[in-house]
Unconditional design. Structure first.
Length: 95
């Protein structure tokens, strides 16, 4: 079944996972994504629940733990639904 739209409940947040670049060692070897299992992940907040004390809003870029929340696909893009307390930080990306 394909998910078209989703609205998080209470203190949950829907985050679109941002593509991460492959890392390369000094010798030129590319590391697979699973080589950095504890690396935090970046994403953009797409929707927030109806809790009054969220701390994030739609459009914020946030950092969250790699294995937190529930991974889903919405419109063929990777997303994660997690509790607001699982968000580690807001991030300003360099342009």
């Amino acid at each position: 079944m394909k998910i078209k739209t989703i609205k998080p409940l209470e203190d949950r947040v829907l985050i679109k996972v941002l593509d991460e670049k492959q890392e390369k060692t000094a010798s030129g070897i590319y590391l697979p994504d699973n080589a950095n299992v504890e690396k935090p992940t970046l994403g953009e907040v797409v929707a927030v629940g109806d809790s009054k004390e969220m701390g994030v809003k739609v459009g914020d870029v946030v950092m969250f733990a790699k294995f937190s929340g529930t991974e889903i696909k919405v419109n063929d893009q990777d997303h994660v639904v997690l509790q607001a307390s699982d968000i580690l930080a807001k991030v300003d990306l360099a342009k």
